[in-house]
Design a protein around this ligand. Structure first.
Ligand code: ADP
Ligand SMILES: Nc1ncnc2c1ncn2[C@H]1C[C@H](O)[C@@H](COP(=O)(O)O)O1
Length: 222
C-alpha cells in the first residue's frame, strides 16, 4: 500500500536522513522511499575517487574529499529541485560542514586555510535563500556500541582499519550538532525503536510520525 496517500504526505516533500556512519541511513532511505513511492538520493561510496585515500591519510586528502562531497551533494540538490521534490535523501549537506569538515579542522587533519576556503564555498553555495531546506530531517540515533557493531557488520575495509576513537569522536559530535541544529524541522528516531530487517511493517509508525511532524510545521508556517 502507498503510505504516502494514506497519511497525506505531500508528493513534493523532501526528507533527509541524518546520522553517524553506520547508524542505518541507507537502509532507512530505501525503506521510506519504498513506502512513500519517493525517489532516492544516495551518496556515492563505491565510485568516490577520494574516500579510500582519505581513510589512509586524512591530512593529505580531507580537503579534496570535502570538495568532492560538496559538488556531489549540490548536483543531487539540483536533481531534486528539477524533479520538484518527492525524495528521500541519504545524509544531509549540513553534516558535511557541521560534522566532518569541522572535526577534521579541529583535530588538525584539515589546515585552517583549507577549512576557511571550504567554509566560504559552502556558505556561498548552501546558506542562501536559493537553496531550499528539506521539509524534514530525520535524525537516527543509537548507542556507540550498536553503531560500531553495524560498521563491523557492513565490513567496508577502509572503515574497519579506522581507529575506534574516530567513531567515538564522531558519535559525540553528532549529539552536540543535532541539539543545536535548526535549519529545518527534525524528527529523532532511536534505532532500538524499530527493526526494518525483522519487521518491515515497523516503517508504518515512522511514516505516521513524519506526517504529524510535517503537518505541525505547515500549521506553524501559516
Ligand atoms: N534496523 C537494522 N537492524 C540491524 N541492522 C541494520 C539495521 N539497519 C541497518 N543495519 C545494518 O547496519 C549497517 C549500516 O547500515 P547503513 O544503512 O548502510 O548505514 P549508513 O547508511 O547510516 O552508513 C548495514 O550492515 C546494515 O545492514
Ligand atoms: N563529508 C564527509 N567527510 C568525510 N567522510 C565522509 C563525508 N561524508 C561521508 N563520509 C564517509 C563516511 C563513510 O565512510 C562514507 C559513507 O557514509 P555513510 O554514513 O556510511 O553513508 O563516507
Amino acid at each position: 500500500m502507498n503510505l504516502r496517500t494514506k497519511y497525506d504526505i505531500p508528493a513534493n516533500a523532501v526528507i533527509t536522513i541524518a546520522g553517524t556512519v553506520g547508524v542505518g541511513k541507507s537502509t532507512m532511505t530505501n525503506a521510506l522511499a519504498d513506502a512513500l513511492r519517493f525517489r532516492t538520493s544516495f551518496e556515492k561510496v563505491d565510485t568516490n575517487p577520494y574516500l579510500d585515500k582519505f581513510y589512509a591519510d586524512f591530512e593529505r586528502w580531507s580537503f579534496h574529499l570535502q570538495i568532492y562531497f560538496l559538488a556531489e551533494r549540490f548536483k543531487e540538490q539540483k536533481r531534486i529541485f528539477e524533479y520538484g521534490g518527492g525524495f528521500i535523501q541519504d545524509r544531509s549537506i549540513y553534516e558535511d560542514t557541521g560534522i566532518f569538515a569541522k572535526m577534521h579542522y579541529e583535530k588538525g587533519t584539515m589546515s585552517p586555510v583549507d577549512y576557511e576556503t571550504y567554509k566560504s564555498l559552502f556558505e556561498a553555495m548552501v546558506m542562501t535563500p536559493y537553496f531550499p531546506h528539506p521539509d524534514l530531517l530525520i535524525y537516527l540515533e543509537g548507542s556507540l556500541d550498536d553503531i560500531l557493531e553495524r560498521i563491523k557488520l557492513r565490513g567496508r575495509p577502509m572503515e574497519q582499519q579506522t581507529p575506534i576513537a574516530y567513531w567515538e569522536e564522531m558519535h559525540g559530535r553528532y549529539e552536540n550538532w543535532i541539539n543545536n541544529f535548526n535549519a529545518c524541522p527534525v524528527l529523532r528516531l532511536n534505532i532500538n525503536d524499530y527493526d526494518l530487517f525483522n519487521n518491515p511493517e515497523s516503517i508504518e509508525p515512522i511514516v505516521e510520525k513524519i506526517a504529524t511532524h510535517i503537518k505541525q510545521t505547515q500549521l506553524l508556517k501559516k
